[in-house]
Design a protein. Structure first.
Length: 598
């Protein structure tokens, strides 16, 4: 990168459905977003060239900003006479993202560490194969052969431990002789990150049939994970082998000033940066057309998962298949014919770029989004755990027979901030809708701030932060992150209509207010962006707001575009079984939140 401060930066994100471009300029002493453009992604026939969509999105930016950025099909590098950009960066998840298979010796230990390493590198884990997963060798071979992953991560054994199990796994991979998804003329990348004593045998076994690389063991000792070497290598291999074979990527790689980053990796970088900078616990989510990525930082540990089959366009039918029609219908405040609903969902899958045309369509899409987010979060909770197999002393045979799981690191009571990103959240017609979708999906407890990515540019800023932190940070704080407000949700159950809490609010201008909220109600209190207020919450004895059951709590809260949301619908949250009663409640909540005003 050039030494001087850049005047103008172009960034693109090639999603599975849409390619988004943003233009950032230095205005006076600060960097600000100028315009954003988008176009359909072009990895499929008839174009089969990702750069076509990129150029279309950049052309829109050119028209809106009235700045010449393109010379034919080339981006003008270096700002001269008011034209061009100083540098250009891009992220991508087009072509289905990085699809990996993971193999490890013990399912709940090394195999899970390997899965965490793969997920942390931006991969979609298609399957986890382990010595003790209950499948016969021929079934495992068949599975490897049929899945056609982009890459395999092989791990197992602590350094100096037994080598036979991990060698068996290598022999299964050799026997399967898997063919990669893109490009016939190259070998499938396999990364070995297991017991260092087995390296030579693994090399002999896999050298001829695969593009084998060896990195440090991801579980050198039982008590410690060492995921970064494997993560970095996965990223490098992905760029070198997989991305390079997807339509038009070589051309795109030659256009960018830094390597293309997988979209989830870029968003994860930003979530991690926010958590470190503010020293808080954060959950971030990016819901796309094909995948939903969840990121979390608890106890300073960063975790991320990619739910490959949960998205709002290409994968929308998978959401239906995984959650079932009943779970989608439960979020609908209207009566709908089940057949009609199934058809609408299938139509969205066939025509992924369509947007809701009526209020009914919008309610249906937002109901599906709640389920996609909820399911992705469930998957994330099961992966974001402390280390398995190190909680108690026991013999080696115990270690192999054990299925004890580590504790989930996700603690909603200590969660400070939820950040939502992706089309359905960023482009919701009203910010109140995005806020309630996030609350319904993640069910935060105690006091949690909620924010949303204004126009979906977290991926762009994530990759930009690797080359020019200042511009990425300034645009993130001023143009990207929109504070929606603060959610106050007591934990406990009660009878509909019974008292849950009393709230005392003291505003900055000296005004004071008292509110009482009943069980089963949600209340919206106006408190603007950058406004703060001191609140004292007195919960009833069966409810906990973070200090213990029935104990009061005083704290400062920040407002937002939506305001203060008092959610007394109970944790755990349950909807009535009776359809009429359920619809009545949903309509009451949606009205209280001013979701779909007449």
């Amino acid at each position: 990168m050039k030494e001087k401060e850049p005047k103008r930066i172009l960034a693109t994100d090639c999603g599975s459905t849409t390619t988004k471009a943003i233009l950032i300029e230095k205005r006076g002493d600060e960097y600000r977003l100028v315009v954003r453009g988008e176009a359909p992604t072009t990895v499929e026939a008839p174009f089969e060239d990702v750069t076509k969509g990129v150029l279309n999105a950049v052309r829109e930016v050119e028209e809106l900003s009235r700045v010449k950025l393109l010379d034919g099909e080339n981006i003008i590098k270096e700002v001269k006479n008011g034209e061009g950009v100083d540098f250009y960066v891009s992220t991508s998840s087009a072509g289905g993202g990085l699809q990996m298979m993971v193999a490890g010796v013990v399912l709940t230990m090394t195999a899970e560490s390997a899965a965490r390493a793969a997920l942390g590198a931006g991969a979609i884990v298609m399957d986890v194969i382990a010595s003790n997963d209950g499948r016969l060798p021929h079934e495992k071979i068949e599975r490897i052969r049929n899945l056609r992953p982009d890459m395999i991560l092989l791990s197992g054994g602590i350094d100096g431990g037994t080598v036979s199990h991990v060698v068996e796994l290598a022999e299964l991979i050799k026997a399967a002789d898997p063919k990669p998804r893109f490009g016939v003329g190259y070998k499938l990348p396999v990364i070995y990150a297991g017991n260092k004593d087995a390296r030579e045998i693994i090399l002999k076994t896999l050298k001829e049939n695969t593009a084998l690389v060896i990195v440090e063991n991801i579980r050198p000792v039982l008590e410690r994970e060492n995921l970064n070497p494997a993560r970095h290598k996965i990223h490098d291999q992905f760029m070198e082998h997989v991305m390079a074979h997807a339509p038009g990527y070589k051309k795109l790689m030659s256009m960018t000033d830094v390597p293309i980053m997988p979209t989830p990796g870029a968003v994860g970088l930003l979530v991690e940066t926010v958590a470190k900078k503010e020293k808080i616990s954060v959950i971030g989510v990016d819901i796309g057309g094909a995948t939903t990525d969840v990121f979390s930082v608890f106890q300073e540990i960063f975790n991320r998962t990619v739910s490959a089959n949960l998205g709002m366009s290409y994968s929308i039918s998978n959401v239906l298949a995984e959650t079932g029609l009943k779970n989608i219908v439960r979020w609908l405040p209207i009566e709908i014919d089940e057949k009609d609903l199934r058809n609408r969902i299938r139509n969205k899958m066939i025509r992924p770029t369509t947007i809701p045309h009526s209020l009914e369509d919008l309610k249906i899409e937002q109901a599906i989004a709640r389920e996609a987010l909820r399911l992705a979060f469930e998957q994330h909770k099961s992966m974001a755990v402390g280390l398995k197999g190190v909680q108690q002393e026991r013999t080696i045979s115990d270690a192999f027979s054990q299925t004890m799981t580590g504790e989930s690191l996700i603690d909603l009571m200590s969660l400070n901030l939820i950040i939502g990103s992706g089309g359905i959240l960023s482009h919701a017609p009203r910010r109140n809708q995005a806020a309630l979708m996030l609350i319904d999906a993640f069910l935060p407890e105690s006091i949690t701030r909620i924010a949303v990515d204004s126009i979906f540019m977290m991926p762009h800023l994530g990759v930009l932060s690797t080359v020019h932190k200042r511009s990425a940070t300034e645009v993130f704080n001023k143009d990207c992150l929109i504070p929606l407000g603060t959610c106050i949700a007591p934990v406990g159950e009660g009878k509909i209509g019974s008292d849950v809490l009393k709230l005392e609010i003291e505003y900055k201008d000296g005004r004071k207010e008292e509110k009482k909220v009943q069980y089963g109600d949600i209340m919206l209190i106006s408190l603007g962006v950058d406004e703060e207020a001191k609140i004292t919450i007195h919960p009833e004895k069966g409810f906990d707001i973070g200090n213990g059951r029935g104990k009061s709590l005083s704290t400062q809260v920040k407002g937002g575009i939506v305001g203060l949301i008092i959610d007394c619908r109970g944790r755990p949250f349950k909807l009535p079984e009776d359809d009429t009663r359920r619809r009545e409640l949903l309509n009451k909540w949606f009205q209280a939140m001013n979701l779909y005003p007449k």
